[in-house]
Design a protein around this ligand. Structure first.
Ligand code: TYC
Length: 102
């Protein structure tokens, strides 16, 4: 705080103490059984991708084994990964997602 003339410090703060949330990647993993169209649907539904981006990410995962669906706060990343895996399981697909610190 600064001295205002009467010797009393005025509480000022130019920097807040709020810290930015750490970011996490949601990773999608390849498998031999989940249909390509289902993976594209998941990327559209849970990551708001258009069909071109969803197809590009799906093919990347299919060819490389793993790919990034998006980067989010820890809570949002966990929620999206869980939503994908639960939706896939409901349809009897083994599709897996994990999260990793960005
Ligand atoms: N490899 C799957 C197939 O050939 C397609 C697939 C792509 C599965 C991406 C999972 O995350 C995945 N049907």
């Amino acid at each position: 705080g600064e001295d205002t003339g009467n010797g009393v410090g005025v509480a000022t703060r130019t920097r807040s103490r709020t810290k930015k949330p750490s970011l996490y990647k949601v990773l999608m993993l390849n498998d031999d059984y989940t249909p390509m169209e289902f993976v594209v649907l998941c990327l559209q539904r849970f990551f708001r991708m258009n069909i071109e981006d969803a197809t590009r990410v799906m093919l990347h995962v299919h060819q490389k084994g793993v790919g990034v669906c998006g980067v989010f706060s820890h809570e949002v990343a966990e929620t999206k990964a869980t939503q994908v895996v639960d939706f896939a399981r409901q349809q009897q697909h083994p599709l897996q997602c994990t999260i990793e610190k960005a």
